[in-house]
Write a new protein. Structure first.
Length: 271
């Protein structure tokens, strides 16, 4: 790491224009599309979840996590009352994905097909359910202390910190994706794979423009968004309850989510 960090700093300085353009693009996307919907939603969702009585079905938290998109589900788990580790794992894996608005609306616009967006939405959410159910098997069952319900001020503060995390990871990974894409320009397939791995929105937009059959493009987009990339992994890892997943365990569950999403989307498009 002591060798890698100076090299990364040098790359930022040598390619300052690329860095600034990437950060500007990610911040613009955040301000226009992410924060306006997610911030007020997360404030109210945090207040609501912290007041749900013990025994509330997991589906209530899953639904709120899905509707907000990552890392809403992970953030809500820190306020959910009386949940054991197995239940937390199921919800965390299930909700580690993009928002329904992105999955259906944005992807439909990129592919030019409303059916494609709907298939991605169904496949990614279903893939999350499958991976989530598997992740909770055999987990620890120890009960957690129920947190105190959040006031409006506390919820605003918690949501604001989460928003800063989202913006920061988007900007950082967008820069990494831009620099990697430039370095791998002679190898376009490798550049696309690395870009998607780092920042999924860049990758899915590029996948949507590939000269491939619509069914295959849709399945690849579903697989990419189901996995989520490094940005979503970091966002969720930063706000998940402490010690819930090891890094590699979290990566494996996201990979399973992506694989299930790919297969389901391909099947739906070929029907």
């Amino acid at each position: 790491m002591l060798l890698i960090l100076p090299l990364l700093l040098l790359a930022l300085l040598l390619r300052a224009s690329v860095t600034m353009e990437a950060v500007q693009a990610s911040c613009l996307l955040f301000v226009r599309s992410v924060m306006p919907g997610l911030f007020p939603y997360l404030v109210l969702a945090l207040m609501l979840v912290s007041r749900l009585p013990e025994g509330t079905p997991d589906a209530a938290v899953v639904l709120m996590g899905w509707c907000g998109g990552s890392p809403t589900g992970a953030r809500l788990l820190t306020q959910a009352t009386g949940m054991d580790r197995a239940r937390q794992k199921r919800i965390a894996v299930t909700c580690a994905t993009m928002s329904p608005m992105f999955l259906a609306g944005t992807i439909s616009a990129w592919t030019g097909s409303a059916r494609s967006g709907v298939c991605v939405l169904i496949a990614v959410l279903s893939g999350g359910l499958i991976a989530g159910q598997l992740s909770g098997r055999g987990g620890q069952r120890g009960r957690l202390r129920a947190p105190v319900p959040l006031s409006l001020g506390q919820a605003v503060d918690a949501a604001a910190h989460t928003m800063l995390l989202v913006c920061g990871t988007m900007a950082l990974l967008r820069v990494a994706a831009a620099l990697a894409g430039e370095a791998l320009m002679p190898w376009p397939r490798a550049a696309l794979a690395v870009t998607t791995l780092l920042e999924v929105t860049c990758g899915t937009e590029a996948i949507a423009a590939l000269p491939l059959p619509l069914a295959l493009r849709t399945a690849l987009i579903a697989g990419a968004t189901g996995f989520g990339g490094t940005a979503i992994l970091l966002q969720n890892r930063a706000v998940l309850p402490e010690g819930l997943f090891s890094l590699w365990e979290q990566v494996l569950w996201q990979l399973l989510h992506g694989l299930c999403s790919f297969l389901l989307a391909l099947g739906l498009m070929l029907l």
